[in-house]
Design a binder for this molecule. Structure first.
Ligand SMILES: *Cc1c(COP(=O)(O)O)cnc(C)c1O
Length: 418
């Protein structure tokens, strides 16, 4: 059972002021979750979450996370500019990019960000670009092969394919990068890795931590480089399906702690700070895409047309992702109608749900599409000339604040040279 964070009554008030479709975010939920994460890693003195800006590149959201002590994980010029603009600079920025344009290394360096190199060739590129190697520097590791957790929960098997991923460097390359950078004046080294996405398992971070801690012990011994931080990156998932169980962040923190005490502490490396770059876990459940049923169509299947489309939420079209739908006011009605819930794009994959059992939907009903807070608005686009929606914040005091207005036709045409 998934329950919206907003009541029908409240939503009716909101839509009276702001037309559908829009993304709505839950300030209270975001803050409570950020505090749970912080508490789970409080045992590690230097711990910091760098929110993956690409998941929800909305200044109003970054500001809330900043107030909760989070930095920004950036991977592009605009993301760096956004962080700077809200006052997140220096070591509060982790710059984890790939195929990096030199101008972005330059900007990251000027902001004092921690730079995380994706490839061995970036050592020379960085030095050429900024004229030195920073004293504090990080490298991204890719162990290759398949990553599996063996254990599965509710039939969900954690598996991903680092060997097929474009990111990171091999261990041999990482050792070479560290050695070269030490000779050029680097003093503090970090290791980063991202092995699996949207993991629904309390074991993912602890397993990743073990891999990275063992690597760190080896590399520090082999190179004499002082490893002062390890970045567990993103990948902690959320339950998109109503029958899935959420990860327990306290258990995850405790599992990482156990690995730390078993591997790093005996090696004399108890000064290592941990960091994370969570995106989905920080925001996913705390966003709804709110849309209205505008059409019904009875042909070979039953369709409900809504005023949102894949331009507002691409995940179902792109990955076939499940996003739960609540028909507001019909929470307790029987789910005895089988629908495809579709947007208006001239693309047959523009469907928020396929063959979904839902209560009978009438035109005018408000639909909440769940778990759209991360990689939702962010992946929006303008196909078919659709305008990108507004982003609203349901504040802790119950008031609604617009964080980003919806696009206008003037915005859409602004870049055209007629
Ligand atoms: C996308 C990304 C993240 C965030 O991933 P989530 O799955 O949203 O947690 C973190 N770090 C890097 C480098 C990424 O590319």
């Amino acid at each position: 059972m998934k329950t919206p964070f907003v009541t029908k009554e409240k939503l009716e008030q909101i839509v009276a002021q702001y037309p559908t479709p829009f993304h709505l975010y839950d300030e209270q939920g975001i803050r409570d979750n950020a505090r749970r994460l912080k508490a789970a890693f409080a045992w590690n003195a230097g711990y910091r979450e760098y929110f993956a800006v690409k998941a929800t590149p909305t200044p109003g959201i970054l500001q809330i996370l900043k107030e909760e002590g989070c930095g920004c994980d950036c991977s592009s010029m605009s993301e760096l500019m956004m962080s700077e603009r809200i006052g997140v600079t220096g070591e509060h920025i982790m710059f984890s990019s790939n195929n990096t344009p030199p101008a972005e290394f330059q900007k990251a360096y000027e902001l004092g960000a921690i730079i995380n190199l994706d490839d061995l060739t970036h050592v020379a590129l960085l030095e050429e670009t900024i004229g030195c190697i920073p004293e504090k520097i990080s490298c991204r590791f890719n162990p290759g092969g398949l990553f599996t957790l063996g254990e599965s929960r509710e039939g969900f098997q954690v598996m991903d394919n680092p060997g097929d991923a474009k990111y990171g460097m091999t261990k041999v390359q990482l050792v070479e990068a560290f050695t070269t950078m030490k000779a050029k004046g680097a003093k503090e080294f970090g290791i980063h890795s991202f092995l699996a996405s949207n993991t629904l398992s309390n074991e993912y971070y602890p397993r990743l931590a073990r891999i990275l801690f063992e690597l760190a012990v080896d590399v520090q011994k082999e190179t004499g480089c002082h490893i002062t931080f390890i970045n567990l990156s993103g990948g902690v998932g959320i339950p998109y399906q109503p029958d899935q169980t959420a990860n327990d962040i306290a258990a995850i923190g405790a599992g990482v702690r156990q690995a730390y005490e078993e591997i790093l502490v005996p090696a004399g490396m108890d000064d290592v700070s941990l960091c994370t770059e969570l995106g989905r876990f920080m925001l996913g459940p705390y966003g709804h895409l709110v849309t209205r049923a505008t059409h019904e169509k009875h042909i070979h299947k039953e369709y409900i047309g809504v005023d949102a489309c894949a331009c507002d939420l691409m995940r179902p079209a792109m990955y076939g992702s499940y996003h739960h739908i609540t028909v507001m006011g019909k929470e307790n009605a029987p789910c005895d109608h089988k629908y495809d819930v579709a947007g208006s794009l001239c693309e047959n994959n523009d469907k928020f749900a396929v063959d979904r059992m839902l209560p009978e939907i009438d035109r005018g009903d408000l639909l909440v599409i769940h778990d759209t807070g991360a990689h939702g608005f962010a992946m929006g686009y303008n196909y078919n000339g659709k305008l990108r929606s507004a982003e609203l914040l349901l504040q802790e005091d119950g008031k609604v604040k617009m964080m980003r207005r919806g696009e206008t036709y003037d915005d859409y045409f602004a870049t055209v040279i007629w």
